[in-house]
Design a protein around this ligand. Structure first.
Ligand code: IDP
Ligand code: MG
Length: 137
């Protein structure tokens, strides 16, 4: 089924000038970019987006990292997009990510792993709503 997922290039990826290369990997893999925008996350947005992690010990570091500069957020469309994007992105810890994945190639560590991708259809739907509130399917 053709579906939509949500991704963003994290501040480390944007700072290092990797945005175009990373987006190209999506389009090379037949993802269609439906919407794209640059923004800088506020604490409030980060707390909502990373709601499942706010009480974890690493959250203060994650919060300062993810709000330190612009991100590039996009809605991607493809057959089985949610799962396909997670495969292309790779494991959270770049050292454990498969060869050929974005995090394997560019990620520095478990925190600075250059990209986010929704982990389920449900997350994709709520993250698209959160980041692109004017977008209506
Ligand atoms: P995911 O991005 O692969 O879905 P999650 O476990 O949902 O991984 O964690 C969200 C983000 O929080 C990670 O991508 C990473 O940036 C950060 N993070 C997760 N675990 C750690 C950790 O142990 N130390 C530092 N940052 C972490
Ligand atoms: Mg996650």
């Amino acid at each position: 089924m053709v579906e939509q997922t949500f991704i963003f290039i994290k501040p480390d990826g944007v700072e290092r000038g990797l945005s175009e290369t990373i987006l190209q990997k999506f389009t090379d893999n037949n993802f269609k970019i439906l919407h794209i925008k640059e923004l800088t996350l506020t604490k409030e947005m980060a707390d909502i987006h990373y709601n499942e992690h706010v009480d974890k010990p690493f959250y203060p570091d994650l919060l300062s990292f993810i709000t330190r500069g612009p991100i590039i957020a996009a809605i991607m469309e493809k057959e089985n997009a949610v799962e396909e994007a997670r495969v292309l992105v790779g494991a959270t810890n770049p050292a454990e990510a498969e060869e050929g994945t974005i995090r394997k190639e560019f990620g520095k560590n478990t925190g600075e792993n250059v990209i986010h991708a929704s982990d389920s259809e449900k997350s994709a739907e709520s993250e698209i709503q959160h980041f692109f509130p004017d977008y209506v399917t």
